[in-house]
Design a protein around this ligand. Structure first.
Ligand code: TXA
Ligand code: MG
Length: 336
């Protein structure tokens, strides 16, 4: 058996019960210390402008295995490559199309992931065997300095246990992954709080596979024909990650259109307007705008779980601008 086959066998037979060996997790604000762990083949959680990522060198298959094991992530879910500088892209893709180049000019560094044809140097484990790779360059100084100190692009999924909400603070990373990874590089709470927008640049039409911090309207201002990928028979193959349970707190999530139709019994509320029964909720967060709502959502889910809330009511917002990504995450949490 090859190393990859052995690994797949472990993952598919026991994905939900495998526990990696307990290790000491160092929590540091030193980029050099964190980069040293990457050089020695370990994985490191680090802040970005969207959510915290769990990074490994893109050329280190053993370290990439550790990402899947630490998260309990299905091995058919590909990872996103993170660049420290635009020129690093040449190491990991076989071709930069004119559309991809235009998007990079406008949105790199930033919360946009471009799916492109991968180079032969990228190990199949990074892309779950796909011939494409998602690439982004974070707009976050600590992330950029860290990746540059590692000298190679890093693959990094969100730094949560699979199925849990993505972490927006280093403390949330610690809750999920303490003892399962070598190091957490500390930073502030992340700015956007939702993951990057993922677009497929390999076809004739630019397709949004995952709504995110860069909006459909922003993309259409650059590439007018951009489409949202439809959930049809081809979709799971195009964006493997989206078929999995995602972003879910323990509590039941309920989308609310009518604020008078809630039963505030051991429950919580997050939204833009205060409901008339505000005082009866155990936890309540009224956000000033959609951006603040998006930034706070996953952290709010986690806080509710810590105190044993049973139901989290989330006020629905219009599905335009950042509201599209916010409602995507809320609906996924509500349907799982
Ligand atoms: O903001 C983000 O994107 C964060 C930070 C850490 O950068 N990362 C993140 O990674 O959310 P992850 O692994 O949690 O989500 C990556 C998504 C998954 O839905 C995956 O299926 C999709 O991107 N993806 C990755 N590579 C792909 C590819 N080659 N083709 C299609 N979808 C891909
Ligand atoms: Mg994730």
């Amino acid at each position: 058996m090859t190393k990859t086959q052995t690994f797949s066998a472990i993952m598919f037979s026991s994905i939900n019960c495998y526990t990696p060996p307990v290790m000491k997790t160092m929590i540091t604000d030193s980029i050099m210390v964190a980069a040293e762990f990457i050089s020695s083949g370990e994985v490191v959680a680090f802040p970005t402008e969207t959510v915290y990522g769990l990074g490994a060198s893109i050329f280190d298959q053993d370290a990439i295995q550790k990402i899947f094991l630490a998260k309990g992530r299905p091995t058919d879910n590909p990872l996103i490559a993170h660049l420290g500088s635009r020129s690093q892209i040449e190491q990991i893709v076989s071709e930069v199309t004119p559309v991809a180049a235009k998007l990079m000019d406008v949105f790199f560094p930033g919360p946009l992931t471009l799916v492109m044809a991968k180079s032969a140097d990228v190990p199949p484990m990074a892309t779950a065997g796909l011939e494409t790779i998602g690439v982004r360059m974070p707009a976050h100084q600590t992330a950029l300095n860290f990746i540059r100190a590692c000298r190679f692009p890093l693959v990094a999924p969100s730094a949560n246990l699979s199925g849990k909400p993505s972490p927006t603070t280093w403390e949330a990373v610690k809750t999920d992954l303490d003892g399962r990874i070598s190091c957490i590089l500390k930073g502030e709470q992340t700015d956007f709080g939702l993951e990057s927008t993922v677009v497929d640049c390999t076809g004739e039409i630019l397709l949004v596979l995952r709504a995110g911090a860069i909006t459909l309207e922003q993309l259409r201002a650059v590439i007018p024909a951009t489409q949202l990928a439809k959930a049809d028979a081809n979709f799971p193959a195009r964006s493997p990650g989206l078929k999995y349970r995602h972003y879910s707190p323990q509590a039941q999530v309920v989308v609310v259109n009518d604020l008078t139709a809630m039963r505030p019994n051991n429950s919580a509320f997050i939204g833009l307007q205060a409901p008339s029964v505000s005082a009866e909720f155990h936890q309540i967060l009224i956000c000033q705008n959609v951006a603040q709502y998006a930034k706070s959502l996953f952290q709010f889910f986690r806080q509710c779980d810590e105190v044993g809330i049973q139901t989290i009511y989330c006020e629905s917002v219009e599905e335009r601008g950042l509201g599209l990504a916010l409602m995507d995450r809320i609906k996924r949490a509500a349907s799982s």
